[in-house]
Write a protein that binds this ligand. Structure first.
Ligand SMILES: Cc1cc2nc3c(=O)[nH]c(=O)nc-3n(C[C@H](O)[C@H](O)[C@H](O)COP(=O)(O)O)c2cc1C
Length: 260
């Protein structure tokens, strides 16, 4: 493995960012030179193929956000570049990471690790802070094991199976085709409480898709991926959604606003 490791991460509410930073920290403390960059600020065609690459992203509907899939699809031919993958999920990704690994293998990347990590759920089943903290602590120990495996050239690589293949086929349909339908957009639409909104523009600054424009108050365009960053980090809790009972923040606002 080369001495330098560049990690590209997409994280809606901070869970995957915590894992990415932990991975980077472990590499750095083992005399590697590791960086973490936000996927949304990096053109995948421009990434450095002379370094080993880590790619991490949120699990969404047993898959990941369409933006992440497009980012991965737009990576150049890997020419044998080593890559490890990680996803974070609330419960299960049905083996999605194994299928993303296959996609990268077809692009001539050498897979040196592929694993999903259970983190607090940021959607529907948001638990109490204490439980979430316990879950993160437990998972970070597993992350440590995972990275040690990669460093020792025996990184865990999740394999595909019959059931994960069916789930991936089905979830790919949901996250590409159904996601763009009018009904899905209506379900995912955020409601703004104008009495609470102070027009601070934080939601626009946070949105990875540049989907929000401030004209006194936020105006939403048509590119929302439902990562929940805007609704979770609004300083005035002015945004809501019918199917979202509770919001979740894994890191503080300053860490979420971090730019590459
Ligand atoms: C739209 C959406 C769909 C999700 N789908 C799943 C899922 O299929 N399986 C699962 O275990 N967790 C699911 N989750 C929960 C997240 O994957 C999990 O909380 C993750 O750690 C959040 O990472 P992030 O904070 O880096 O965005 C979903 C979350 C969102 C917002």
């Amino acid at each position: 493995m080369t001495n330098s490791v560049n990690i590209y991460v997409f994280s809606g509410t901070g869970n995957t960012l915590i894992v990415a930073n932990k991975i980077s920290e472990i590499f750095n403390s083992n005399k590697y030179n590791s960086t973490v960059s936000k996927m949304e600020s990096i053109d995948p065609k421009q990434i450095d193929l002379n370094s080993a690459i880590g790619i991490g992203f949120t699990t969404a509907f047993w898959n990941t956000f369409p933006f992440v899939r497009t980012w991965i699809d737009n990576l150049p031919d890997g020419n044998g570049t080593e890559v490890f993958l990680f996803t974070t999920m609330g419960d299960s990704s049905c083996g999605m990471i194994a299928h993303i690994a296959k996609i990268l293998e077809k692009k001539n990347y050498k897979i040196i690790g592929a694993k999903g990590f259970i983190m607090p759920n940021n959607f529907l089943l948001v638990l109490k802070d204490k439980k979430n903290k316990e879950r993160i602590e437990k998972t970070l120990l597993k992350v440590e094991e995972y990275v040690k495996g990669i460093i020792n050239s025996n990184g865990y690589i999740r394999k595909t199976n019959f059931f994960s293949s069916i789930a991936f086929f089905f979830s790919s349909f949901v996250t590409t085709k159904l996601w763009n339908t009018k009904i899905a957009k209506r379900i995912m639409k955020f409601k703004l409480d104008k009495a609470k909104c102070i027009g601070c523009g934080m939601c626009a600054a946070l949105c990875p898709m540049e989907n929000i424009e401030i004209k006194n108050i936020p105006q939403f365009k048509d590119k929302c991926i439902f990562c929940l960053r805007c609704v979770s980090y609004c300083p005035k809790q002015a945004l809501s959604n019918k199917i979202l009972l509770k919001t979740y923040r894994a890191v503080n606002l300053k860490d979420m606003l971090w730019k590459n």
